[in-house]
Design a binder for this molecule. Structure first.
Ligand code: UDX
Length: 447
């Protein structure tokens, strides 16, 4: 098949969709971006994004100005004027934790209906995180039925999961550790040719079945979450061990090449839009296969209880939290994002409110998102210093850079009772513990 620079369409302008679309367009590929939410499409055509992600606004603005990136309101327009369509719709959880494929289902039906009107072979790429079997059983099947076209001969489908992290999504898209592409030969080759042009040279690439490709994504997320829960589990020992310090343990084991140093930062737990949802979906999928996943269960269990350690540390010092003013520094599920989905801060705030504490919060980016959840139940501060002013305890929950720059004097000068709990291990215990009441996840008493 002759291979010209393909035109690409996107269905779904969530995190993955908008970042990937902007990155492809920034390298000169023509991209048509469709979403059922007209506001997202409109904003895109104004050169803006609805999410905060370093470097993204600039990429979108430049690509829209150059005419390479265009938001479209009509799904047919997107499919009929492109050579391949990336499905990047959300895959939320159902009440029981299993995956809700309704958006993947409706997107693939729309693609199928549009393809009925198209004469040329078209590729559909499933980038959304979906349980194994979805690409073939849902996407391919929907397109086959609705387009009345022959699979392979007239259209192709493949799975191509996304591994980007929030907060470094643009950087991750340009520099992935690897690509994973799963599907039939023709589809896989078509997508691989595109990536050869986009990356030049191609990153390490796994070519496999759609099912393996889909499972790689879940196994990857589950393994990383397990790594973090593991170090959090060990941090509990350190906390009860005189002179124990989880930072040193993480360094010690991380230097073993078989373990590696990354994703061993102990803290108040993990959250976000992916891990909590994906681990539950994997569990439910395994249940259908009559399998148990004890390591996934334990990973979740450690994480459910980890944020409570912050509350216990506060109680150890203050006894009763009722009527005490507690400052929560950092609300997003990790730094450099405004995303609060399944954020640890929410669990901590809920617990503090239950204990009757007065909760003051500050985050450089996530204030609006937290306000939507807690409304008038919290006091919202305009800066970190305002947040800790006259409070009885400060809890560091998200490790934003601006918090790292704060000194013991900032806390000493501003708090009613200078008492800091470092939930992300950003402060040097030697510097802080001599000057004020200082506790940290995974830090034992000095003796
Ligand atoms: C994750 C995966 O990394 C990514 O490959 C996938 O595509 C989507 O899910 P993301 O949710 O953006 O990405 O965040 P990530 O940086 O992986 O962190 C997840 C959570 O773990 C955060 O709450 C973070 O604070 C926490 N974490 C991470 C730790 O507590 N310690 C660590 O050492 C690493």
């Amino acid at each position: 098949m002759e291979y010209n620079s393909p035109t690409i369409s996107f269905f779904g302008l969530g995190y993955v969709g908008i970042v990937t679309a902007a990155c492809f367009a920034s390298k000169g590929f023509k991209v048509l971006a469709y979403d059922v939410d007209k506001k997202k499409v409109e904003l895109l055509n104004e050169g803006k994004s609805h999410i905060f992600e370093p470097g993204l606004d600039k990429l979108i603005k430049e690509s829209v100005d150059k005419g390479k990136l265009k938001g479209v309101y009509d799904p047919f327009e997107a499919v009929l004027n492109s050579d391949m369509t990336f499905i990047t719709v959300g895959t939320p959880s159902k009440q029981d934790g299993s995956i809700d494929l309704k958006f993947v289902d409706s997107a693939s039906k729309m693609i199928g209906e549009a393809l009925k009107l198209k004469d040329k072979w078209h590729l559909t790429v499933v980038k959304s995180t979906v349980i194994p079997g979805t690409t073939n059983k849902v996407v391919r099947r929907n397109i086959e039925i609705l387009s009345r076209k022959k699979y392979d001969e007239e259209f192709g489908v493949c799975s191509n999961p996304e591994f980007l992290r929030e907060g470094s999504a643009v950087e991750d898209t340009f520099n992935p550790d690897r690509l994973v592409i799963g599907g039939d030969e023709k589809s896989v080759n078509f997508l691989k040719r595109f990536y050869e042009m986009f990356y030049n040279p191609l990153p390490p690439t796994i070519i496999t079945t759609a099912e393996n490709s889909e499972l790689i994504k879940y196994a990857n997320n589950a393994f990383l979450a397990m790594k973090v829960s593991f170090i959090n589990m060990i941090s509990r020992i350190c906390q009860k061990l005189p002179n124990g310090d989880i930072e040193v343990i993480a360094k010690g084991i991380g230097l073993d090449k078989r373990i590696g140093p990354l994703f061993l930062r102990a803290g108040a737990g993990w959250g976000g839009s992916c891990w909590p949802k994906d681990l539950n979906a994997l569990k439910k999928f395994a249940e259908e296969l009559e399998l148990k996943l004890p390591l996934v269960d334990a990973t979740i269990e450690v994480n459910n209880t980890q944020p409570l350690i912050m509350i216990d540390l506060a109680k150890e010092e203050l006894k009763d939290l009722k009527g005490k003013t507690i400052s929560v520094l950092g609300l997003s599920f990790k730094p450099n994002t405004d995303d609060v989905r399944d954020a640890v801060s929410i669990k901590i705030i809920n617990n503090l409110l239950e204990e009757g504490a007065i909760v003051k919060v500050y985050d450089p980016k996530a204030m609006e998102n937290i306000y939507r959840i807690f409304q008038d139940k919290l006091t919202y501060a305009g800066s970190a210093i305002e947040c800790i002013k006259n409070s009885d305890c400060a809890m560091l929950v998200t490790e934003w850079d601006e918090f790292k720059r704060m000194t013991p004097e900032d806390y000493l000068k501003n708090m009613r009772n200078p008492f800091l709990i470092d939930g992300r291990r950003i402060y040097d215990p030697k510097l802080f513990s001599g000057k004020m009441k200082f506790k940290a996840i995974g830090l034992g008493n000095r003796v």
